[in-house]
Write a protein that binds this ligand. Structure first.
Ligand code: XIL
Length: 558
C-alpha cells in the first residue's frame, strides 16, 4: 500500500515536471523570450528578492528578462536600518546571482519617504544632520554597488499627485520627512552625492502616476531646472532620466502615457518604465473580458514604448506572476501563479497582432440610460415628483476595496440645463478631510460632446456636492451658472444639481457622456469608498473614455 502511494507520488511529480518543461519549451521554443523580442528596442526587466536565488522563478526570470530591480532589498531600511550599520549581505547575494546569470542590475532606491528608517530624518532633526544622513547613505550605498549597477533611482516619489501649479515644482513636492528636514534642495543634494559616488551609473528620478499631465509637468520642470543649473556634473547634466513607474489599471490612457513620454523626450533625458503592472479584477479573481482588456492595455502600452524606443532605456515589470505580485488581489502581471502565460503575456510578445485580434469596441461595455424632458423645482423643501419620470441610475459599483456609501441617480433636461438628483444611503456624513473629494459627496461627470477622449477637453466637466451642500468643480470655471441643493438625514442625503449646457444645444435624441459617483467618507474622516455608475477606471476626473451614455429624450418617444 505504502509502495503504491510512493509510486503515485513519483508519477505525479514526473508528470508535473514534464508539463513544466513542455510549457517552457512552448514559451521558449515557439515564442521567443521577451528579452529577445525586444533586444533592438530596450532592456526588459522584472523584480527579484534575495531569497529567490537558485529558485525556479529565478531561472524563469533569467530566461525572459535581462535586467533586474530588487523589489525591496536595496531600499534604505534594508541596507542601513541602524545608523552606520550597513547590511549588504542579502543584496550582494542577489546582485551577484543576477550578474552571474548574465543579466544586469538597476538600483532601487537611494532616497524615499517610505521604507526608510526613522533615525535618518526624524521630526525635529537639524537640517545639517539630515543632509549628513542623506549623503552618507547615498555615498556608502552607491559606492558599494559601483560597477555592478547600470543605473539608480536616486529619488523616488517626491512629487505630489495632481499638483495645482506644476511649473512651481518646489511647491508641488509631496510632504515627506526629507522635505521637512532639508527643504526642496534635498533632491539636488541627493543627485550630486550619487553622481560623486558612482559617475558611471545613470541617475533617475522615479515616480508613479506620471501619465497624469500635471504631475509629469512638475517632474519635467524639476529635471529641466536642475539640469540647467548642473549641466556638467561629473561630465554631463545631473539627472540622466525619469522613471515612469507605470502602476496602471484598465482605465489608464495610453495617449496620456505617450504625452508624458513626449514631454520627457523634449528635455533630452532618457526614460525608463520602471515598475509596470496593470490592475484588473478584484479579490484575486479576473474575468475573461478583464483578462482580454488587460492584454489590450499592455499591447497598447508596448506599441507606444516601441514607437519611442530610442528614448526608452528599459521597461521593467513589477512582479513576475499574479501569485507573488505586491498587488496580487488585482492580478496585474503577465503570468498566472503557476507561471503559465496570461493573455497579457501574448499581448506584450506581439502587440500589433494582439490589437488586431482584440478590437477595443467589442471589449468595453458602455452603459446607457435616459434623461426625460422637464424642468424640476430647485431648492424646494421636497424633491419634485417630476424626477419620477426618468429611470433610476444605480451608482453602486465599487472602485475601492471598501463597500461604503452608494446611491441612485436620476436625470432630467431642458434646453439650457441638465438636472441630476442623487440619493445616497449608507453614508457616515463626514467632511473632516481637507480635500473635498474625501467628504461624503456625490459627483457628476459630463462630456457634452460624448466624444470619449482620454484627456479632458473644454466640454468635459466634473461637479461635486457634499452632503452639506458645498460644491466644488473641475476645472474651477465649471462652477459658473451651476446651482445645487442638498438635504441630509441620518446616514443618508440627497443632492440636486442644475448644470448649464455650454457647448451643445440639446434636442430630443442628443446623447451626452455621463457618469455619477458617490464618495464615502469614514466616520473619522477621509475617503474609504467610491461607488460609480459606469466608469470603473478611477480616472473619470481626467479621462472621459470610460463614461456611460445619457440619452436625452422627450416623453412620447420613450
Ligand atoms: C513595494 C514592494 O513591491 C512591496 O513588497 C513592499 O511591501 C512595498 O514596496 N513604488 C515603488 C516600489 O517604488 O518600491 C514599491 O514596491 C511599489 C511602489
Amino acid at each position: 500500500m505504502r509502495k503504491r502511494v510512493f509510486f503515485g507520488a513519483v508519477a505525479t511529480a514526473v508528470a508535473a515536471f514534464c508539463v513544466f518543461f513542455m510549457f517552457r519549451f512552448n514559451l521558449n521554443g515557439k515564442n521567443r523570450p521577451l528579452k529577445t523580442v525586444y533586444k533592438d528596442y530596450f532592456l526588459v526587466g522584472n523584480i527579484l528578492s534575495p531569497d529567490m536565488d537558485k529558485s525556479r522563478k529565478f531561472d524563469f526570470t533569467a530566461e525572459q528578462f535581462n535586467v533586474i530591480t530588487a523589489e525591496n532589498a536595496m531600499k534604505p531600511e534594508a541596507l542601513q536600518k541602524e545608523k552606520g550599520v550597513f547590511t549588504f549581505e542579502k543584496a550582494d547575494s542577489l546582485v551577484n546571482a543576477v550578474l552571474d546569470s548574465g543579466m544586469v542590475m538597476h538600483g532601487h532606491t537611494l532616497v524615499w519617504r517610505q521604507q526608510t528608517p526613522q533615525w535618518m530624518n526624524f521630526e525635529g532633526i537639524s537640517r545639517e544632520e539630515a543632509i549628513e544622513n542623506l549623503t552618507t547613505h547615498i555615498r556608502s550605498v552607491a559606492g558599494h554597488f559601483k560597477g555592478r549597477v547600470i543605473s539608480w533611482d536616486v529619488v523616488n516619489e517626491a512629487v505630489s499627485d495632481n499638483p495645482q501649479n506644476p511649473e512651481d515644482w518646489r511647491g508641488s513636492l509631496s510632504e515627506s520627512p526629507w522635505l521637512k528636514a532639508i527643504g526642496p534642495q534635498y533632491i539636488e543634494i541627493a543627485f550630486l552625492a550619487a553622481r560623486e559616488a558612482d559617475g558611471e551609473a545613470r541617475l533617475y528620478y522615479n515616480d508613479y502616476n506620471l501619465d497624469n499631465p500635471k504631475k509629469a509637468r512638475a517632474v519635467a520642470a524639476m529635471a529641466a531646472e536642475l539640469n540647467e543649473k548642473n549641466p556638467n556634473a561629473g561630465g554631463r547634466p545631473l539627472i540622466d532620466g525619469v522613471g515612469m513607474q507605470g502602476h496602471y489599471r484598465l482605465g489608464t490612457s495610453p495617449e496620456n502615457v505617450e504625452k508624458s513620454i513626449n514631454l520627457f523626450k523634449s528635455l533630452n533625458i532618457e526614460i525608463s518604465v520602471s515598475e509596470l503592472d496593470v490592475q484588473a479584477g478584484a479579490d484575486g479573481k479576473i474575468s475573461e473580458s478583464q483578462l482580454a482588456e488587460q492584454g489590450l492595455l499592455y499591447a497598447q502600452l508596448f506599441d507606444v514604448y516601441k514607437k519611442h524606443a530610442p528614448a526608452i532605456t528599459r521597461v521593467t515589470f513589477w512582479g513576475l506572476d499574479d501569485g507573488s505580485s505586491w498587488r496580487r488581489d488585482s492580478s496585474p502581471t503577465l503570468f498566472n501563479k503557476d507561471l503559465t502565460p496570461k493573455p497579457a503575456f501574448f499581448a506584450v510578445l506581439d502587440s500589433e497582432k494582439y490589437i488586431k485580434e482584440n478590437n477595443v469596441s467589442t471589449l468595453k461595455e458602455v452603459k446607457e440610460t435616459q434623461a426625460l424632458y422637464g424642468t424640476p423645482a430647485m431648492n424646494a423643501k421636497d424633491v419634485d415628483p417630476l424626477w419620477g419620470e426618468s429611470p433610476e441610475i444605480p451608482v453602486n459599483q465599487y472602485l475601492m476595496a471598501w463597500q461604503g456609501a452608494q446611491g441612485t441617480a436620476r436625470a432630467l433636461w431642458d434646453e439650457k440645463y441638465l438636472y441630476v438628483l442623487i440619493t445616497v444611503s449608507n453614508a457616515a456624513l463626514n467632511k473632516d478631510a481637507q480635500a473635498p473629494h474625501e467628504h461624503d459627496s456625490v459627483e457628476v461627470f459630463l462630456d457634452e460632446k460624448n466624444d470619449k477622449k482620454s484627456y479632458f477637453e473644454a466640454d468635459d466637466r466634473q461637479f461635486r456636492v457634499n452632503f452639506a451642500g458645498e460644491a466644488s468643480f473641475n476645472p474651477e470655471e465649471a462652477g459658473a451658472m451651476f446651482e445645487s441643493a442638498a438635504w441630509s438625514y441620518e446616514n443618508a442625503y440627497t443632492v440636486v444639481m442644475k448644470i448649464p449646457f455650454k457647448f451643445i444645444s440639446p434636442k430630443s435624441g442628443t446623447s451626452v457622456g455621463f457618469d455619477a459617483q458617490v464618495n464615502g467618507a469614514s466616520k473619522t474622516g477621509g475617503r474609504e469608498s467610491v461607488a460609480v455608475w459606469n466608469d470603473l477606471s478611477g480616472e473619470s476626473y481626467q479621462n472621459t473614455s470610460g463614461y456611460g451614455v445619457l440619452n436625452l429624450i422627450k416623453r412620447a418617444e420613450r
